[in-house]
Design a protein around this ligand. Structure first.
Ligand code: AKG
Ligand code: FE2
Length: 349
């Protein structure tokens, strides 16, 4: 087994997966979190309970084939107490999910050089491969990501042949699911569904995440604590546990359930509802045993859209908590600042 020393790995890092496959035995310095930010640290001033130490509630599980009354009750509960739920009976064919998993596994099994060759430099190519979350982040995340940003003028021919079909078909099915979920959420808020969903789901992106095994999971995160910048995120995760959500003072594991999706409320829902529904803080921890993969579909307003609390959520007893902000500026601020809990909401405060 080759040993890759920390010093070899700090320049030009393109793929953490490649370093791990080459036998990396220590976490390189650029991936090491300051002590107070680590997952298991109990001496941090605002330290929160380690999820494994206590008997904690689990993330709500909702069947989309429930009666509409039951469905709305469950969505109301999940959105007002959690900002996250898992759904089953969603009508996204398991065969399509499996096709996309196989294609994604194949992509991540390729050498970094081949991965990069598959991603065209043509500006109309909607794909981007990266390590960590941002190219300029101070401490890197323990993950590699293939980002997909579909748009009307993208050249589909530039998508790698083995990913093209499953990716585009899955993206189409997930849009239908996103609308269904958004309509349920709107109904619980007594809002005009069409206008709300059309604007909040108009910017679509997908992230294919690969979290390699880590020699010392206590030192690093697959993805550090954050809330999503957009409105709604739907995640398909494999059978390897790693995603955790913050509930009060505890981090709770989102336990993998076969043929389910995870639904998360993002910051724009919190802004529009003036904090009535809140975005959920979440993170991904790594492990020494098995790599983890997830596919996240992000829905958000267009970048030119201005977002502010809707009138019906602003009352004398509940004055406006957020100022009007252009979503493009919110996004830019978040990307420049990096992931840090729910702090990006301060930009709109
Ligand atoms: O990998 C996951 O389960 C979570 C991914 C995530 O939170 C994100 O990409 O924003
Ligand atoms: Fe996220």
């Amino acid at each position: 087994m080759t040993t890759v020393g920390a010093d070899d790995t700090e320049k030009n890092i393109r793929s953490i997966q490649e370093l791990v496959n080459a036998g990396l035995q220590r976490v390189p310095a650029v991936y090491i979190r300051p002590v107070q930010e680590r997952a298991r640290c109990t001496s941090a001033p605002n330290s929160i309970t380690n999820v494994r130490d206590h008997q904690l509630p689990s993330v709500p599980l909702i069947s989309l084939s429930s009666s509409s009354r039951q469905l709305l009750q469950q969505v109301t509960h999940a959105c007002s107490h959690w900002g996250i739920f898992q759904v089953i009976d969603h009508e996204v064919p398991i065969s399509l999910q499996n096709q996309l998993w196989s294609a994604t596994c194949h992509f991540f099994s390729l050498p970094t050089k081949t991965k990069l060759e598959l991603i065209s430099q043509d500006p109309s190519c909607p794909l981007l491969f990266s390590t960590g979350f941002f190219s300029h982040e101070k401490v890197k995340e323990w993950k590699d990501t293939l980002g997909f940003k579909p748009n009307a003028s993208m050249n589909q021919e530039l998508l790698p042949y083995f990913l093209r079909g499953p990716m585009l078909n899955f993206h189409k099915k997930m849009k239908v699911l996103a609308h269904k979920l958004c309509e349920a959420i709107c109904t619980t808020l007594a809002l005009d569904c069409k206008g709300f969903c059309d604007s909040q789901l108009s910017r679509e992106t997908m992230g294919f995440n690969y979290y390699p095994t880590c020699p010392d999971p206590d030192l690093t995160f697959g993805l550090s604590s954050h809330s999503d910048f957009g409105s709604l995120t739907i995640i398909m995760q494999d059978e390897v546990q790693g995603l955790q959500v913050r509930k009060g003072n505890a981090w709770i594991d989102v336990v993998p359930i076969p043929n389910s999706f995870i639904v998360l409320l993002g910051d724009q829902v919190e802004i529009l509802t003036n904090g009535y529904y809140k975005s959920v803080e979440h993170r991904v921890v790594t492990n020494t045993m098995k790599p983890r993969m997830s596919i996240a579909c992000f829905y958000a307003p267009n970048e030119h859209e201005h977002v502010k609390p809707l009138n019906q959520f602003v009352t004398r007893g509940c004055p406006t908590m957020y100022k009007e902000t252009k979503f493009g500026d919110y996004l830019k601020h978040g990307f420049n600042r990096g992931l840090n809990g729910k702090s990006n909401l301060e930009f709109s405060s």
